[in-house]
Design a protein around this ligand. Structure first.
Ligand code: NAD
Length: 470
């Protein structure tokens, strides 16, 4: 049994939810969250909370699923902290009115500008795989944009949820930012409330539930979902580098990363070389017994362990394949001889099992990808620019990393999000601020010049004039 299953299921007083949301709305309506000083103070508080309790977060994440400390600090707790630093640095710039210089199509119409205004009270629902970062990173943008925020961490990682529930009210303004613990019942109660934006990260099944609930109030949503992210390895790829980068991207967090390479499509002539290189790499990373290293996480709970263990039968292990339900352990595994019609190739794997399927060239790989739903990420290893261009032009995915995995998520200049079934909307850096802002267009007209010509009764002269311009 996983450690996460040994503490009580996170919950809250469901009856109190409407009152808590009403309190946030009252605070928002008071105008408090609009002030830049308030936004700054809350962003600084997120930085302080993340720094002062970094070790506590790492311990909670370890208790939940043995997340390695380095992965806890960098990929999880570090996310919210670095997003807060970026938002603080740019707050003035992001929130300043965008003046549109030059002349628009209506000369003399007035001064045009676009203001960013907060949406109101927003709901952020986070998953369990990076339970701190995926809750706090969107929160940073929501706060920077001046909103009141409900935070709903995942119940699947209860130690982390409990720590967040203890710290958030201590660090953040409790009348404007509140954390609601719980699972389906509590989230369902939250979704009965009216929000001005819902930001959901998790699987597509729940994504549909969230979007249906949001539709009742015409509430806009950002859906950060998942899917099967393919990894194409071309004939002239550097196989050693590819193996290291694929193994890192796949086995970090024990494969429980939304943009982990889900499966590999490798040029047939390179299949054995790649599998051998993956085997060597995994041994270099985790030793002969990955169960013994502190650098390898566990599957989050028994339910996910049973799901993953059942998928192991869908191929021949090139290495790995060991599984221990008591410890929620599944070894880093590469499977060969996998049928494209198997269960393994139907849904997102979300665990440390990597199917390697041979293809006859990039063309076949493109067809394979395009026969399936649009993925969150696509990876291509190649030394051939034409192949790169071909894949970029003829496939659609949330994002792409060429000759690498995962790292495209780390540059906040680039919007991160899915397309089609892998999600809608995007965030990171300024894009998060934009996701939680309304862009209000404002035209300010002068009053001195107001020719009667444009008002009824319309004249032939005006019609002639206008037809010359339009
Ligand atoms: P999860 O089980 O923690 O669920 C996510 C959230 O939805 C939780 O807060 C949970 O309480 C809530 N929830 C669950 N069932 C619900 C219901 N019936 N009604 C309302 N709310 C409900 O996490 P998960 O869905 O297992 O997360 C894994 C998935 O998330 C994968 O598909 C992964 O690819 C995706 N993901 C996407 C991103 C991204 O940024 N695009 C990041 C991480 C994970």
């Amino acid at each position: 049994m996983a450690a996460a299953e040994s503490i009580p299921h996170p919950t809250c007083d469901v009856e109190a939810i409407p009152g808590r949301v009403a309190q946030l709305r009252a605070t928002f309506d008071s105008g408090r969250t609009r002030s830049l000083d308030w936004r700054r103070s809350q962003l600084e508080a997120i930085q302080r909370m993340s720094s002062e309790h970094a070790e506590d977060f790492a311990r909670a994440l370890h208790a939940d699923f043995k997340k390695p400390p380095l992965e806890a600090h960098t990929a999880d707790v570090g996310q919210g902290k670095s997003e807060a630093a970026l938002a603080l640095k740019n707050l003035k710039k992001w929130t300043s009115p965008e003046k549109l210089r030059g002349m628009g199509p209506m000369p003399g119409a007035g001064k045009a500008r676009v203001l960013r205004e907060p949406l109101g009270v927003v709901l952020i629902i986070a998953p369990w795989n990076y339970p701190v970062g995926l809750l706090l990173s969107p929160a940073v943008g929501a706060i920077a944009a001046g909103n009141a925020v409900v935070l709903k961490p995942s119940e699947v990682t209860p130690h982390t949820s409990a720590l967040l529930a203890e710290l958030v009210p201590r660090y953040l303004d409790p009348e404007a930012i509140t954390l609601v613990e719980g699972g389906v019942e509590e989230t369902t109660a939250l979704l009965d409330e009216r929000f001005d934006h819902i930001f959901y990260t998790g699987n597509g099944h729940v994504g549909r539930i969230v979007m249906e609930a949001a539709a009742r109030n015409l509430t806009p949503v950002t859906l950060e979902l998942g899917g099967k992210s393919p990894c194409i390895v071309d004939a002239d790829a550097d196989i050693d580098v590819a193996a290291r980068r694929i193994a890192w991207g796949k086995f970090i967090n024990a494969g429980q990363t939304c943009i982990a390479p889900d499966y590999v499509l490798v040029e047939r002539s390179k299949e054995s070389e790649l599998v051998d290189a993956l085997r060597r790499t995994v041994e270099e990373f985790y030793g002969k017994d990955p169960k013994a290293t502190p650098d390898y996480a566990r599957v989050v709970n028994s339910r996910h362990h049973a799901r993953l263990a059942a998928l192991l039968k869908d191929g021949t292990p090139a290495f790995g394949g060991e599984s221990d339900p008591e410890d929620c352990y599944i070894a880093p595994t590469v499977l060969r001889d996998v049928s494209p019609d198997s269960d393994l190739m139907k849904d997102e794997i979300f665990g440390p099992i990597l199917p390697v399927l041979p293809v006859d060239g990039v063309e076949e790989a493109i067809e394979f990808v395009n026969q399936r739903e649009k993925p969150l990420a696509l990876y291509l290893f190649t030394g051939n620019e034409e192949a790169e261009q071909e894949v970029l032009e003829r496939t659609s995915s949330g994002g792409v990393c060429v000759n690498g995995t995962i790292l495209h998520i780390g540059d906040p200049r680039m919007p991160f999000g899915g397309v089609g079934p892998s999600g809608m909307g995007a965030y990171h850096g300024k894009h998060t601020f934009e996701a939680f802002s309304h862009r209000k267009s404002v035209l300010t007209r002068g009053v001195r010049f107001d020719p009667k010509l444009m008002y009824p009764p319309y004249s032939e002269r005006m019609l002639g004039l206008l037809r010359r311009f339009l």
